[in-house]
Design a protein around this ligand. Sequence first.
Ligand SMILES: *Cc1c(COP(=O)(O)O)cnc(C)c1O
Length: 397
Amino acid sequence: MHPNPAIALENQFCAHNYSPLPVVIVKGEGVWAIGDDGKRYLDMMSAYSAVSHGHVHPRIRAAAVAQIDKISVVSRAFYSEPLGNFLKTLCRISGFDSALPMNSGAEAVETAIKAARRWGYRVKGIAANQAKIVVADNNFHGRTSTIVGFSSEPDYKADFGPFCDGFTEARFGDIESFRQAITADTCAVLIEPIQGEAGIRVPPAGFLRELRALCDATNTLLILDEIQSGLGRTGKWFAFQHEGIRPDALILGKALGGGIMPVSAFVADHSIMDLFDAGSHGSTFGGNPLAAAVGLEALNVLEDEGLIDNSAQLGHYLVERLRAMNSPAIREVRGRGLWVGVELDRDARPICEALLAEGLLTKETHENVLRIAPPLSITREELDWGLARIERVFGQL
Ligand SMILES: *Cc1c(COP(=O)(O)O)cnc(C)c1O
């Protein structure tokens, strides 16, 4: 039995919608997460990219503390100081005109769905309540009842229906399937450029370019959910830059909160964003001064500290080293930047437990895929430390 009462308390009083590994994390320092027994774990999960900057980044912490000492929550019934600056920087980096700030990723996806439908009715001229959005199979866009309704994962939706109409599924990476799914009533394609929760699935080269051309030819918006893939995770600011395309709108979250708090945004040009008028959409906490101060510094740190180049370089190295292990248990190593899925011939959970004992935090996704996604601030030495332990665990299988 683990001696820490936090485990029993959480098991008794918290809903059982997760099955955590048996470790209690009490502190974080950069790429390290520290357990209640003082043991230091290399965090190779970084909270699904939410901790891309590392834990308690000193600059982001300082920005948060300075803002807390002034004011944290205003509501957008009034103007506040940090919001405009934050979104100006976000627009410069993403290359769009305007952003709508929210909190969780799922809320930003919901914002995108509303924007796409309004555009469908008011610009494309789709008949009332007929707009369709084409999504990919094995997608992950969050957990609201609308979003899980168009998920293909039975666990996410069992007995949560009835679900919302207006979504059509196509096969990820298969342009013909998207061509068939798009009709005159389609307002948008909503897709992850690389599917994270599905197991770091990278589509065939050229797929996004073909999808961009297909959307152009059919007057359909291309909306990319880069909540997990964006902000440097793949070795570029955004995954779409690997294919040299530009989406019509972008959904960001996770790392936008600098490892401190939830910050998300829907980002687009005026032609789409200005379809939101006063009263049409909102969020009590969205764009609050604390979130804006944290989000701005999160972007500045990615830029100033070269974290995106680091992700590209060390990501390449990580994939090479994992492939060179030549473990018979490994079917495929895939990914971009410091975002790697190791597909196994067996359940990944026991391997996550063995890695935990070695001092590594990882997490399985879809039973047989081991996800390796450390903070983008990881050094070569720290990565080597982790790889030595991964090699040891796989060597003993
Ligand atoms: C995590 C994630 C979401 C949902 O974000 P939450 O903050 O958990 O609501 C949506 N889309 C993608 C691609 C994600 O990885």
